[in-house]
Design a protein around this ligand. Structure first.
Ligand code: PMP
Length: 358
């Protein structure tokens, strides 16, 4: 039996897929989980109960229907989308990134993004058979304007991704540089605003300036990482093209209803985001007091350089604190850890664990 399977896999599954590894999610049960930029706050028990009642009334025998349109309208309102612009939903923004790669898969197409950046831009491009060009940030992890413009002129990318703020650096790019990149882009520019709830600025107020810019957001960092709702906004005709590739019913009725419920309680999530932002400031100050380099964060994570990232990561893990060791992700991130901002308690435990490893 297994010889048959070996042969089947060797001959019928794509070679590049055979040599890949599935996206690994660490078992974090019993840990202080500060590795994935999740909102540390759960819904209050009375809201959880009210949500339970709402979900109990959802007709699970039917495919998702009209409520999906209600969610699109609610998100458009939430984001302040101008009239005449389009919005599409993805099963997390991860799905939108994959659909964009499918949409741009014309012969020789390239996807370009600053590096280090979010891994899905490269992964979705490679899986779709597109070329991926990563443009290194400057040593201080800022956008390298010259290098970006040169690479764009050379590779003529179908899509340029700008994560605003960026993951894993947590930085918000300089607006004048962004504008030059947007103006020079020969194809689409996707402003990935996954971390918008924690950032001082958004590209939404400039969305009407250009016809080739899409703004992508997610409800994950807002507080619904388990619900898997991403959305992408831009000129309606452009969004409609990408939307043709969306699998029908990609958003479950339960996820849709939960997202609608959350938007009805926006103030609760806004208060959580404010609390996370203020914890972030305290965390950055504490890291600097420890003599460490912590980059200025506009997201719910802090990138920090430690003397020995492997030692700190393992030492923290032994103390039941899980963070992300990004030190091997890119040479510019040597000895860097990415710390998600948790509750005041979690951050205190994390700092104590980190201190003990220095
Ligand atoms: N964009 C960026 C920059 C991210 O960091 C992430 C997740 N960490 C995503 C998109 C994907 O988010 P989701 O699929 O949960 O919407």
């Amino acid at each position: 039996m297994s010889a048959r399977l070996d042969q089947l896999i060797a001959t019928r599954i794509r070679q590049d897929v055979q040599s890949m590894h599935a996206y690994a999610i660490q078992d974090s049960r019993g840990m202080v989980k500060l590795d994935a930029m999740e909102n540390p706050h759960r819904l209050a028990p009375e809201l959880q109960r009210a949500l339970g009642e709402r979900l109990g009334a959802v007709a699970l025998n039917r495919y998702p229907g009209g409520r999906i349109d209600d969610l699109k309208k609610a998100l458009a309102r939430h984001a302040g989308l101008p009239d005449g612009f389009g919005l599409m939903l993805g099963n997390g923004s991860d799905e939108l990134i994959s659909l964009l790669a499918m949409a741009c898969d014309v012969p020789g197409a390239t996807v370009l993004a600053p590096m280090p950046g979010f891994v899905m831009y490269a992964m979705s491009a490679q899986l779709q058979g597109l070329k991926f060009v990563g443009v290194d940030l400057t040593p201080d992890l800022e956008l390298d304007e010259r290098a970006m413009l040169d690479a764009m002129a050379l590779h003529q990318p179908a899509i340029v991704y700008l994560a605003y703020p960026n993951n894993p650096t947590a930085t918000l790019w300089n607006d004048a540089v962004i504008e030059k990149i947007v103006e020079a882009a020969p194809g689409l520019v996707v402003m990935d605003e996954a971390y918008q709830p924690f950032a001082a600025r958004s590209y939404m107020d400039r969305i009407t300036r250009h016809e080739h810019v899409l703004v992508m957001r997610t409800m994950s960092k807002f507080g619904l990482a388990g619900v898997r709702i991403g959305y992408m906004m831009g000129p309606a005709r452009l969004v409609d093209e990408v939307d043709k590739l969306r699998p029908p019913y990609n958003i479950s009725s339960l996820n849709c209803e939960t997202a609608l419920f959350a938007l009805e309680h926006e103030d609760v999530f806004a208060a959580q985001a404010a609390e996370i932002r203020s914890e972030r400031e305290r965390l950055q100050a504490a890291l600097r007091d420890m003599g460490l380099k912590a980059w200025r964060s506009e997201a719910n994570m802090v990138l920090v350089r430690v003397p020995d990232a492997d030692r700190s990561f393992e030492g923290m893990k032994a103390r039941k604190v899980l963070v992300k060791n990004v030190s091997r992700m890119h040479p510019l991130l040597a000895n860097c850890l990415r710390l998600t901002v948790g509750t005041a308690d979690e951050n205190a435990q994390m700092l104590a664990a980190l201190r003990s490893t220095l």
